[in-house]
Design a protein around this ligand. Structure first.
Ligand code: GDP
Length: 432
């Protein structure tokens, strides 16, 4: 069972980092399939912290090759910083350890200016983007104006493409956003130089590498960023990210077929969080929500923003299981609920007086629903030393059992703390 996708089953920040870290130690290839440098993993190497936004955390494991696929938008400046930070720590000595698709879309300085200026203009109506140019870069991809990673290595092509881009972007920057424009020659030189630094990492067709690895039964982990409900097509549009986050995106982003994927692991917290604006039916605007926020340290890794917290939404999770084809879940942060006398989950919604049991596809409808909640008795026993499901307090077991039954898949992993050891491994990853 070598091809495994790890996908966020909620609004992102589900704790994918921990799961991917552990899995990477067993994988031979780790492939990032979408998103940009709005994801974030904090790695601790020899007591020193390194934050990676683009490079998969598999980079820490010597036997694991990391690939950034063509479905990703990448900021060369950020990538160079991350590579430097790793090299400074004695890591990434061999460029074969990290490969970057020639077809990846570049995030250019004008994308960042446009992203930030748009949010400023929207004021209170803003989408809540991270302002890193990710959305505008994906827009250019769709309108066939993107500058690709391969263009960095051909001075003439780079110049031509930049000239075309700047004609339009500078007009927008100067006359619509009223900001200083960008200069062709400066930009061309800077990005050509970036290309020279990044050249050793280029790869023409990562899809071929991945397909070959899979045909040899090598263990390949596909790592997504953000979560299902932020998917451009299947999330709570328009409060979504600018790429497709669902498991199918591993195929389109990398260039392999759906039959190559053997397992899809959906990462979910034992409760729900959401960053920024947008509907959130089970949100708790009370002291219980505050408690979960504090205990779960629910602040964004990349932005530092306080996350909104609420009960686990099983309607949303059931939807995530369906749209991703999730084969099992990793239930994270169960320990955060310890000590609560009562724990609730949403099992249905009330939409304008009508009971519904499927996730609405319209964000307007989702804004109006009221969750119908089922209550569970809480537990007080510390879970951090529990290593087997049978050792969980019976109330916690009842909670997990109900979730599994409701969404129709098992929890192969139950996480009871941030440490690697604080995990219940119900089933090994790469075996079926
Ligand atoms: P990601 O982007 O999906 O990895 O999500 P975050 O970066 O927000 O990571 C979640 C945070 O929760 C990290 O600081 C983890 O160390 C922490 N974490 C992961 N699993 C658990 C868990 O089971 N319990 C607790 N208390 N913390 C956890």
């Amino acid at each position: 069972m070598p091809g495994i996708v790890v996908v966020g089953a909620q609004w992102g920040d589900e704790g994918k980092g921990k799961v991917v870290d552990v899995f990477s130690s067993q994988a031979e290839l780790v492939v990032r399939y979408q998103g940009g440098n709005n994801a974030g993993h904090t790695l601790v190497v020899n007591g020193q912290k390194t934050v990676l936004h683009l490079i998969p955390s598999g980079i820490l494991h010597k036997k694991c090759q990391c690939i950034i696929s063509g479905g990703v938008v990448l900021d060369p400046e950020v990538l160079i910083e991350e590579i430097k930070a790793l090299k400074d720590k004695g890591l990434l000595k061999d460029p074969n350890h990290l490969k970057i698709s020639d077809s990846a879309t570049l995030i250019m300085p004008y994308h960042k200016i446009i992203d930030q200026s748009r949010e400023e203009k929207l004021g209170r109506e803003k989408i809540g983007t991270t302002g890193r140019g990710i959305g505008p870069a994906y827009e250019d991809r769709a309108s066939r104006k993107a500058i690709l990673f391969r263009d960095l290595f051909d001075s003439e092509t780079l110049k031509q493409k930049l000239q075309l881009a700047l004609e339009e972007k500078n007009f927008l920057i100067e006359h619509y956003f009223r900001k200083p424009t960008l200069k062709l020659d400066e930009l061309h030189q800077k990005y050509f130089d970036f290309g020279q630094i990044l050249k050793p990492f280029r790869i023409e067709d990562p899809g071929l590498v991945v397909a070959t690895a899979l045909s040899k039964k090598k263990k390949v982990l596909f790592e997504g960023a953000q979560g299902t409900l932020l998917d451009l097509n299947h999330g709570t549009y328009p409060y979504v990210t600018s790429s497709s986050t669902v498991a199918g995106s591993a195929c389109t982003g990398v260039g392999i077929g759906p039959s190559q994927i053997n397992k899809v692991i959906g990462i979910t917290k034992a409760y729900t969080t959401r960053v920024g604006t947008g509907p959130f039916p089970t949100e708790l605007n009370n002291e219980v929500g505050d408690l979960i926020q504090k205990k779960g340290a629910e602040f964004g890794a990349t932005t530092g923003r306080r996350r909104r917290c609420g009960w686990l939404d099983l309607i949303a999770l059931k939807y995530a299981v369906r749209v991703n084809g999730i084969t099992s879940v990793a239930l994270m942060k169960l320990d955060v609920l310890t000590g609560l006398p009562e724990i609730k989950v949403a099992t249905a919604y009330d939409l304008d007086g009508r009971k519904i049991t499927e996730f609405p596809t319209s964000a307007d409808d989702l804004e109006r629903v009221k969750p119908i909640l089922k209550s569970f008795k809480g537990w007080t026993k510390d879970l951090s030393t529990v290593r087997k499901k049978s050792q969980l307090p019976k109330e916690a077991r009842a909670y997990v059992d109900f979730i599994e039954k409701f969404v129709g898949v098992k929890a192969d992993i139950i996480s009871t703390g941030p440490d690697r050891e604080e995990t219940i491994w119900v089933k090994p990853l790469f075996k079926h």
